[in-house]
Design a protein around this ligand. Sequence first.
Ligand code: ZN
Ligand code: ZN
Length: 234
Amino acid sequence: MAQLEELWTRKCTTCKEIKPARTHHCSVCNKCVFLMDHHCPWINNCVGIDNQRYFLLFVFYLMVGTAYMTMTIMSIWHHHSYRQHKTMMTFLIVLDPILMVVMAGFTGWNWFLACVGNTTIEFWTQMSAKEEDGRARVAFDTVKDNLYRVFGTHKIFRILSPSMRNVPFTGLEWSFMFMDEGFDHAGYPIVPDEDPEAPDGDYEYYEEEPSSDTNHTQVVPDDEDKELELILIQ
Ligand SMILES: [Zn+2]
Ligand SMILES: [Zn+2]
């Protein structure tokens, strides 16, 4: 992080800490979070780069659990135990399908964002900006690779299993990528024609592009995906 401070001068206006690309300040946690998706009141924490996979599994298995509960109650519809506890069973047979539908929607939405490599904040920001052209691409080309960013594995069984494996990304990768490719902190292209002395850091990135390029992207210049992966590994 100290090394990044020399290159990435953008700071959070609230907590005054250095603010790498794709980082957002959470007003509830009162700190900046890498790849912040949203602040979840149910887990009383932010969903960001380190715990996104746990959150995705949390909502997925909640959906599976509520679906299972719905099926088990429906399966004893004609059983005498259903009639014995009719009030409770009626309550559950209304509650469980509602929870199941809500969790299915929530799971679908969050897994969709993970598959396209976006966070909730970025998705709505891009939707409202309506300026897709020329913006830096933060997602990988394939669903498989986007899920790899979240889960650290390509295997579906490992994705759906609980694991303490480390996420292979630190969150700083996009800062270097934006810098190398001539984008500002939000992924917009830097316009070099404007007054070069006006703001501080952003225009230096543009000028530094050749040297940064040498440091980070020389390894596999032909393959964009591999090139990005190599940057990320560093
Ligand atoms: Zn902050
Ligand atoms: Zn938060």
